[in-house]
Design a binder for this molecule. Structure first.
Ligand code: SF4
Ligand code: F3S
Length: 381
């Protein structure tokens, strides 16, 4: 019997054609498909728009089943994805078109769940995407993470054998994460350290940014291939820049204005967190652009230095809050203008966070401190 296409599946689930086209636009934006000016011949447009490329793929490709395993983890990546800023995309991946087996989200438990996994592996051999959350353990033949009487090493090996692609989500699955922190008693490693004969993509973060996980899965569904990767197997569209590259506080860094302690004047003014140990300059991740909680904020915006959660062994890489002396830089005319712009943007962002905090805690007695506007700051200086 001919397999249903993703489009047919979505229509059966009640998605209207109009919503389908909206969804295609959202996916095209997420995948960064570029719009090229229409090429016309005999009154017809020859090149499809990004939405049409996605629509065509979804109308012709069958569903790609996803099998999602969990090893040593806190299930934070699953938690994050179920609270994604793009609920439409998460629902699409988690419920509508793809997930066949997910240890945390599915209703089945115990031997019933194990049987479901084994059936999925057989039925979709060679076609499914395997998502792994949590680090596999290797010490003592992997017995420190055992599910249904099988060690995680056995489960990973048999699940990887028939996978079309493997996506390791979260720092634990990518590089061992917190379970691999010294002295690493369970011998935690990343999936790619063990699986060498299948394509593995790493989506590190603690947790991974949900839109990056769904975006990478959708890239495979729509384009039929994995995105380009960096040397640590991270998808370049999401890990091509450092947190520092797109940081709202960056002009303060350039201007040599740093926070010295969490409660000083600089902290209130939104200065750069470099002296507090911020790892933004050496950390590749998309959090400064995509953010968390529906685009509300991310660690650096909220006043906490970046811990480098998308880099290997971030837990053991020196103190979180120490080890960096501030670079010395002088403020020129260009950076003054940028600084004022950044101050306004950061002020607006912090005001947004404060507004949400206020709504959430209407009865709070203490008022959150308002950021100093760039104009006021200039006067003080
Ligand atoms: Fe860079 Fe961190 Fe300073 Fe932002 S807060 S500019 S990421 S050092
Ligand atoms: Fe992680 Fe740093 Fe972003 S700690 S979430 S990479 S700001």
């Amino acid at each position: 019997m001919k397999e249903k296409t993703i489009y047919e599946h979505l229509r059966e689930k009640g998605l209207s054609r109009r919503d389908f086209m909206k969804l295609c636009g959202t996916i095209a934006g997420m995948l960064g498909l570029e719009f090229s000016p229409p090429v016309k011949a005999l009154g017809k447009v020859l090149n499809p728009s990004p939405e049409e490329v996605v629509a065509q793929a979804l109308k012709t490709k069958p569903r790609v089943p996803i099998i999602w395993l969990e090893f040593q983890d806190c299930a934070g990546c699953t938690e994050a994805i179920s609270r994604s800023s793009s609920p439409l995309l998460s629902r699409l991946v988690l419920e509508d078109i793809a997930i066949e087996y997910h240890e945390t989200l599915m209703a089945a438990a115990g031997f019933q769940a194990e049987k479901a996994r084994e059936e999925c592996l057989k039925r979709y051999y060679g076609k499914y995407v395997l998502v792994v959350e949590g680090s596999p353990t290797t010490a003592d033949d992997g017995i420190y993470c055992t599910v249904g009487g099988k060690s995680n090493l056995e489960i990973l090996k048999e699940s990887a054998a028939g996978a079309a692609a493997i996506i390791a989500t979260g720092n634990c699955a990518c590089f061992g994460g917190i379970p691999a922190a010294r002295p690493n008693p369970t011998g935690a490693v990343g999936v790619a350290d063990l699986i060498k004969d299948r394509p593995v993509v790493n989506i590190p973060g603690c947790p991974a940014i949900p839109e990056v996980t769904t975006g990478t899965i959708l890239h495979f569904l729509v384009m039929g291939q994995l995105p380009a990767l960096d040397s640590l197997k991270r998808p370049l569209p999401f890990y091509g820049h450092t947190v520092h590259d797109h940081c709202l506080r960056r002009p303060f860094y350039e201007a040599g204005k740093f926070v010295g302690s969490f409660d000083d004047e600089g902290a209130r003014k939104g200065y750069c967190l470099y002296k507090l140990g911020c790892k933004g300059p050496t950390t590749y991740n998309a959090c400064a652009g995509l953010k968390w909680e529906r685009g509300l904020s991310y660690p650096v915006q909220s006043g906490h230095p970046c811990l480098g959660c998308s880099e290997p062994h971030f837990w053991d890489g020196g103190g979180f809050y120490e080890g960096q002396s501030a670079p010395t830089m002088k403020l020129d005319k260009g950076s003054t203008a940028t600084l004022i712009g950044a101050g306004t943007a950061l002020g607006a962002a912090l005001a947004g966070v404060n507004a949400v905090k206020k709504t959430r805690a209407r009865k709070a007695v203490v008022k959150p401190e308002q950021p100093v506007s760039p104009a006021e700051e200039k006067k003080e200086d």
